[in-house]
Design a protein around this ligand. Structure first.
Ligand code: MFK
Length: 566
């Protein structure tokens, strides 16, 4: 009879993710874990329910549509999105993906850890509704920290589980002058005689453009050039009387991935806006609150994507037979799956530690040291998890062979959607340089190093993690040494990415050592093995100064080829 492959099926996302369950219990303790487990188990089942997967596929196949004019010629600039995208958003919002961190629930300061676990489960099935959720959460936080009484009604809308009332927020920061060099923002803000601020300019990359509200930067008339002349504004799609604000959609972006998510170019022609805090030029500092939280969301998305890729690869390896044996019994394939699992564990360790510290800061119980650790941990968590996720989802696709390369397997959408992660909310280099600046300003990298040292000190003599702890300490010495010896040198910037990646990997390994030792005492040595494997792969890849010349080449090709021929 003709051979027919039994299709792999995605297992329950919560039950099958041993490392996620162990990590949550490790971080929050048995009592909070037991209280949270029903919610996490519900999401784990929903995320892989065939109806959810079908909605995600439908959303992927029904990209947003820009409708500039009504039937009768009125300029309406509506954006139509797939009903499946909306349904997936509701599924998440009802279960707390935007509300949980703001609720006086049973989890106390651990709410951010439970919430992060919830979002990693929901994210890979959300058809990128995780993007508006990131900005919504981050806008709510920013308005709470920097806003005034008039912002509170908006915060309530952004943090409710009631989907009839729930709003989402955008973040309109990028202009044609640059996504990174925000100080060149050209949008202006004018205060009218009626006491109302109006914005004029072009916002070049605005995602989730169907959001009811957004936070954006503009330069009040007369304010200085550069980032210190920018102020933060809240802007609504519709005015209070229901008329449209003066926001015009030029066009939707045609992106590699995130296809179900509308991303638009907008023109603001006197759009009404409300200052968040004083319009005093502190806009970049204020929007940094938003950026830091969306960067944590980005990392949650990366960890979720890795988990989903790993789940597909394992499911297939379980079903597939080759050369007369199940695929999962081949040592070479086992090694590939092992490294994917280690990447996933490292990413999740960074993400959950960032979430834990975020919760402590938001609950106002964080020490100054913890605040500084979070300042350094946020950029390195974002940059490292994004790169691991891009490589890991591609690896997962390869694990399914040719079928994985075909659209109907679902893997190409996962790979496409993951590629935005190193770009959105700051590229790898921008984040590495952010770490460098935070290190110069407040010693953020030193704080991360100290936190890792303190963590591994606790398990220094633990037999399950001896080798990994030794490697972490060696790497921390090296990182500390490069901090001390390269200050002021141009090669600091050239080495920024390597330093940031090395610090992220080392910090993740330190966390895995502590968790691994804890789990080993509970008779599970798998996390300690993950720590050892991560350490053996090498925590650092120090740059050789003579290699730096390879990055840029002479466009004429002359000098270098001559020297090569010589
Ligand atoms: C999901 C689907 C998406 C679909 C497609 C999307 C495609 C991508 C679209 C994009 O364009 S994403 C691009 C996103 N852009 C960024 O992530 C911004 C990258 N740039 C930075 O992160 C810069 O570092 C930043 C604009 C934040 C600041 O650079 P500046 O203008 O040189 O300002 P400066 O002097 O470094 O900082 C100004 C103030 O902010 C300082 O405070 P003070 O005024 O008190 O001195 C800084 O300490 C503070 N600050 C800056 N970054 C901070 C921060 N504070 C806390 N945390 C931070 N991260």
């Amino acid at each position: 009879m003709e051979f027919l492959q039994t299709p792999p099926t995605l297992p329950d996302a919560w039950k099958s993710d041993r490392f996620l369950r162990e990590s949550v219990r490790f971080l929050v303790g048995d009592e909070v874990f037991d209280a949270a487990e029903p919610d996490l188990a519900e999401m784990g089942a929903l995320a892989v329910d065939p109806r959810t997967i079908a909605l995600a596929r439908q959303a992927e196949n029904e990209p947003p549509r820009h409708i500039p004019y009504s039937t009768w010629g009125e300029r309406i600039d509506e954006i139509e999105v797939s009903p499946a995208y909306v349904a997936l958003g509701k599924l998440g919002v009802e279960r707390g993906v935007t509300a949980m961190p703001y609720e006086a629930g049973p989890y106390g300061p651990s709410a951010r850890v439970i919430w992060a676990a919830l979002v990693t489960l929901w994210g890979p099935s959300s058809a990128l509704y995780s993007c508006p959720v990131a900005m919504t959460d981050a806008a709510a936080r920013t308005l709470l920290v920097h806003g005034g009484p008039s912002d509170l009604e908006v915060v309530e809308r952004l943090t409710t589980r009631d989907t009839e009332r729930a709003w989402t927020s955008g973040q309109w920061m990028t202009e044609m002058t640059g996504g990174s060099d925000v100080g060149r923002t050209e949008t202006t803000a004018t205060l009218g005689p009626d006491g109302v601020w109006r914005l004029h300019g072009i916002k070049w990359f605005t995602s989730a453009t169907t959001s009811e509200v957004a936070l954006t930067l503009a330069r009040p008339e007369g304010a200085q050039e550069g980032s210190r002349g920018l102020s933060l504004f809240r802007i609504h799609r519709f005015n209070e009387d229901g008329t449209r604000n003066s926001i015009f959609v030029r066009r939707l972006k045609d992106k590699l991935g995130t296809r179900s998510l509308p991303t638009a170019e907008l023109e603001l022609h006197g759009a009404i806006a409300h200052p968040v805090g004083e319009p005093d030029g502190g806009g970049v500092r204020r929007i940094a609150t938003m950026l830091n939280l969306t960067r944590v969301h980005n990392a949650i998305g990366a960890a979720g994507a890795l988990a989903r890729g790993l789940a597909w690869a394992r499911a297939y390896a379980r079903e597939r037979e080759v050369f007369g044996r199940p695929l999962h019994t081949f040592p070479a394939h086992k090694a590939t799956l092992t490294d994917l699992a280690v990447d996933h564990a490292a990413a999740l360790a960074l993400v959950l530690r960032s979430a834990e510290l975020t919760g402590r800061v938001e609950s106002d119980i964080a020490t100054d040291d913890e605040r500084n650790v979070l300042r350094g941990l946020t950029p390195i968590t974002k940059l490292a998890t994004a790169r691991w996720a891009v490589a890991g989802t591609a690896e997962a696709m390869e694990c399914l062979g040719g079928v994985g390369y075909c659209e109907d397997s679902g893997l190409p959408a996962l790979v496409r959607n993951t590629h935005v992660m190193p770009i959105w909310e700051g590229t790898t280099n921008v984040l590495a340089l952010d770490l460098l600046r935070a290190t110069q300003r407040s010693g953020a990298a030193a704080a991360v190093i100290a936190d890792a040292r303190a963590a591994v000190r606790e398990v220094h003599d633990d037999p399950f993690v001896t080798e990994a702890v030794r490697e972490v300490e060696r790497a921390l010495d090296h990182l500390e040494h490069s901090l001390a010896t390269t200050a002021g040198d141009e090669s600091v910037e050239a080495g920024a990415r390597t330093f940031a990646m090395g610090l992220a990997t080392t910090y993740a390994c330190a966390r895995l050592c502590v968790q691994g030792a804890w789990a080993a005492r509970r008779d599970d040595t798998r996390t300690s093995l993950a720590a050892t494997r991560l350490a053996r792969r090498g925590l650092l890849a120090p740059p050789a100064p003579e290699e730096l010349a390879l990055g840029m080449d002479d466009p004429t090709g002359a000098r270098r080829s001559e020297s090569l021929e010589a």
